[in-house]
Structures are given as structure tokens and as C-alpha cells.
Design a protein around this ligand. Structure first.
Ligand SMILES: C[S@@+](CC[C@H](N)C(=O)[O-])C[C@H]1O[C@@H](n2cnc3c(N)ncnc32)[C@H](O)[C@@H]1O
Length: 268
């Protein structure tokens, strides 16, 4: 059983809370090294840094609230759920990635005795509410969405995988269906954290972030914040920085050094 209670933002003690946990309150997120402690140790291409779900968990959920991750990948959000005493439900389509995620989540100690369930499924059609009810969990206070940046990284061959959507329009449509679907398993006023970067295609900047923002707004959410985070030392760019600078100059663009973290709230 837990020795003490999970962290809780208390407006009477907000200053000590944000200092103790490094909680951010402005929109420019210059984050340092990826936290590789505990079960986060292994690095997987395409996973996000644990600080991203952590910021949302600490600000927008209370101890033992439920968090849903619709694209749970290698399990980063659910590992954070264990660490900070929140229940978690993750859905991941790709079998191999799902199994890796499951294994990693189990490596994190469960000091607060929370439920962290991960299921192999398609978030477009997955019945989140039913699964929460089955597990004896309430509707979620927070949904975390870190979808593929369309076709930038291949996360398996499945036709339903958003990375294999045959066009940008179909990618957006599928993403919109996931938002609508998970919205039904969120509490009224519950939060949605979207982590997304833009991409290039045929010599053009494709603003995936703004497209997905629009999709989310159309599915019954209000925008609370757009934060911008730095990208440093990703596996792909490490040691190739001069090549990226050369390519940027030659082709008349700027290479990506930022991603978006957008926060939305479900309208009641
Ligand atoms: C950007 S990665 C998420 C990584 C995750 N945040 C982590 O840290 O490990 C996106 C994930 O979404 C999964 N995915 C794509 N389409 C999906 C769908 N329709 N339903 C559920 N998962 C899906 C991919 O297989 C991939 O693992």
C-alpha cells in the first residue's frame, strides 16, 4: 500500500507545488534532457519525452483520477500514471509496440496501487467508456493524444494505423473520429492534451498542428492553450545537424526545432 498520497495541486500551496514538481505555467517549454529514470530507461523512436504527459497529469488531474492515452505507444503516459498515482487506460493498435509498452509499464513500481491497463485496439472505434466501467474506473479527467505525425514514422503496416492513412484528409478524418470517440469517455470539462509536430511534403510546410487543432475544436472542445516545445537531440537529428542546416538553406525552409502541445477542454 502507498506510503503517502500522490501529488495534488492545491491552490493554497500552489507555489511550493510548482517549485517541487517543476510545473510550467507559460507557453514556451524549453525542456532539458529526456527523463530516462525508472521504466523510461529504454529509448524508442517515436515516443515522447515523459515530461510532456507529466506536466498535464500534475496540472489537470487529481490523485486517482483516470487518464486515457489513445495512442499509447511504448507506454510513456501509463508509466507516468503509475509514478504520480493516477489510473490509466492506454490503447495502441500495433501488436509489437503494444507488447513493448505493456512490458515497460510493468517495470515501473506501482507505489500508489493504481490501475494501468493497456489494450491492443483501434482508438477510432474502441469503446473507452465500456472498458473504464469494466475496470471500475470513472470517466477520465484527461485524455492524452500523441498521434503519428501522419506518415513521418512508420508504426507498423496496419491499414487502420494513422501513419498509413492514404491522404492528409483521411488522416485528419481518422484523428477527428478518435477525438469524438474519446470525448464520450471524458468528464465534462475534462482536458485533452494534443502533442503534434508539423511536416514537409512536396516542398511545402504542412501545418499538421493547426489542422489537428481545427479538428479538435470541431468535436466539442474549447482551446485552452497552445504551447511550443523545443526539439533537441532527437535520434534522427543527432550528429546530422550540419546536413539539416545545409538542406534547410538549399531548399528555402527552416528545419523543425519545435512541436506543439495543445490543451483543450471538453465543453459541457
Ligand atoms: C507518436 S506514437 C505515440 C508514442 C507514445 N506517446 C510513447 O511515448 O510511446 C503514435 C502511436 O499511435 C499508434 N496508433 C496509430 N493509429 C492508431 C489507432 N487507430 N489506434 C490506436 N493506436 C494507433 C501507433 O502505432 C503509434 O504507436
Amino acid at each position: 500500500m502507498p506510503h503517502n498520497d500522490p501529488p495534488k495541486l492545491d491552490m493554497k500551496n500552489w507555489k511550493s507545488f510548482i517549485d517541487q514538481y517543476g510545473v510550467l505555467t507559460d507557453s514556451l517549454w524549453l525542456l532539458g534532457e529526456r527523463d530516462d529514470s525508472g521504466a523510461h530507461g529504454e529509448l524508442h523512436h517515436g515516443g515522447f519525452i515523459p515530461q510532456l504527459p507529466r506536466q498535464a497529469l500534475l496540472r489537470f488531474t487529481k490523485p486517482y483520477d483516470t487518464v486515457i492515452d489513445c495512442f499509447s505507444g511504448y507506454g510513456t503516459t501509463l508509466i507516468e500514471c503509475r509514478r504520480w498515482g493516477r489510473h490509466g487506460l492506454g490503447v495502441e493498435l500495433d501488436k509489437e509496440i503494444f507488447e513493448t509498452g505493456q512490458r515497460r509499464i510493468e517495470q515501473e513500481p506501482n507505489n500508489y496501487d493504481v490501475k494501468t491497463l493497456v489494450v491492443q485496439g483501434d482508438s477510432v472505434s474502441f469503446n473507452f467508456r465500456e472498458k473504464l466501467q469494466e475496470a471500475g474506473l470513472e470517466n477520465a479527467a484527461l485524455a492524452v493524444l500523441h498521434p503519428p505525425y501522419h506518415d513521418i514514422i512508420k508504426y507498423g503496416d496496419g491499414v487502420d494505423n494513422l501513419c498509413n492513412a492514404p491522404s492528409l484528409e483521411m488522416f485528419l478524418e481518422k484523428y477527428g473520429s478518435v477525438v469524438e470517440n474519446v470525448g464520450g469517455a471524458l468528464k465534462p470539462e475534462g482536458y485533452l492534451e494534443l502533442v503534434i509536430g508539423d511536416k514537409y511534403g512536396k516542398g511545402e510546410w504542412i501545418p499538421l498542428g493547426f489542422h489537428l487543432m481545427k479538428e479538435t475544436l470541431e468535436k466539442g472542445f474549447r482551446l485552452k492553450s497552445i504551447c511550443v516545445k523545443n526539439i533537441e537531440n532527437t535520434m534522427a537529428k543527432r550528429n546530422r545537424i550540419n546536413l539539416w542546416k545545409y538542406r534547410a538553406l538549399k531548399s528555402g525552409f527552416y528545419f523543425f526545432k519545435h512541436e506543439y502541445i495543445m490543451f483543450f477542454q471538453r465543453k459541457t
